[in-house]
Design a protein around this ligand. Sequence first.
Ligand code: GLN
Length: 191
Amino acid sequence: MTIAVLAVQGAFLEQEQTLDMLGVNYFEIRQRPDLSRPFDGLILPGGESTVQGKLLRELGLFDILKEKIEDGLPVLATCAGMILLAGALADDSTVHFGTMPIRVRRNAYGRQLGSFHTTANMAGIGPVPMTFIRAPYVESVDDGVDVLARVDNRIVAVRYGRQIALSFHPELDRKESTAIHETFLRMLVER
Ligand code: GLN
């Protein structure tokens, strides 16, 4: 099993360190030739979605990845990655991959709560640590989307088919818990 980690911008190293802890094989996607290597799952890291979206297009990665996701490639998307998957953004006409029928609000927690840490229940897992950094949340979901976690009544984790999207950063809490990554990897094995 091999995971591809999008490594054009953002917190991809922490994702790789999490995969190292779990002994999983992975490589980075930085340029188009990287996409000719076979992989079983994709990680979209946190960072800045506007920059990531621009680089994905400029580097010629966008169309191929979108097609693979539409064809059922398993994806674990954190924070900016959730924004890339969203079918619609609040107050913003931008759509990137748009492969998940969810409406997402960027920087949704405002300035004061820009970053915070909490523990909340994740469906199928139980309590997990959650670190939010200028995080988005999901304002609404369409049919077929499972809500996996809520914090203060706001949706912060969802699953749609083989795509999992999180408002928070489990890779930053990897020393406390790798449960979310393990769940993702299990989904790949079951594929
Ligand atoms: N605020 C960022 C964005 O809008 C996401 C933040 C993150 O990935 N930690 O893309």
